[in-house]
Ligand binder design. Sequence first.
Ligand SMILES: [Zn+2]
Ligand SMILES: [Zn+2]
Length: 172
Amino acid sequence: MGHVIEPASSGRAKCRGCGEKIDKGVLRFGERAPNPFGEGEATYWFHLTCAACRRPDEFLTVEQPEMDPKVRLMAEAGRDHYRLARIRRAERAPSGRAKCRHCREAIPAGSWRIALEIWEEARFSPMGFIHMSCSKDYFGTADILPRIKHFTPGLSPADLGEIADLLGNSSE
Ligand SMILES: [Zn+2]
Ligand SMILES: [Zn+2]
């Protein structure tokens, strides 16, 4: 069976993209794949925006004429720049120990970084961090603020301003 978009039949499933519950009745994306732990097929559920951001190739296989154009654009950007699907959230580095996956330099404590994850065995696993300012070179685009906002609830206007500056500074 192919992937699906349908209203959530219960409020129990958690989104594989953001970890939050998917409310009953909300449209959700279901990725169908062979069950990695046994027989048959498994379905992995996502909020639509989370699926567009994190499983763009699968998401774009489902015809959805009523699709919010912003959501479709995020999926198309993810198809063009495959590493965008790795974006989990923005955060301030709690220590200076982690190194950037792109430039290999340390990420200073307190500075903005992007937490990355990779999809394997039907779940996302942590795969390290990059400097916010390395985004353009790492992803191939610095147009990532909408997904940063989506996956990092609670960013203040000041936070978003700092992040936008770091993304802009990386474009030269
Ligand atoms: Zn989600
Ligand atoms: Zn870097």
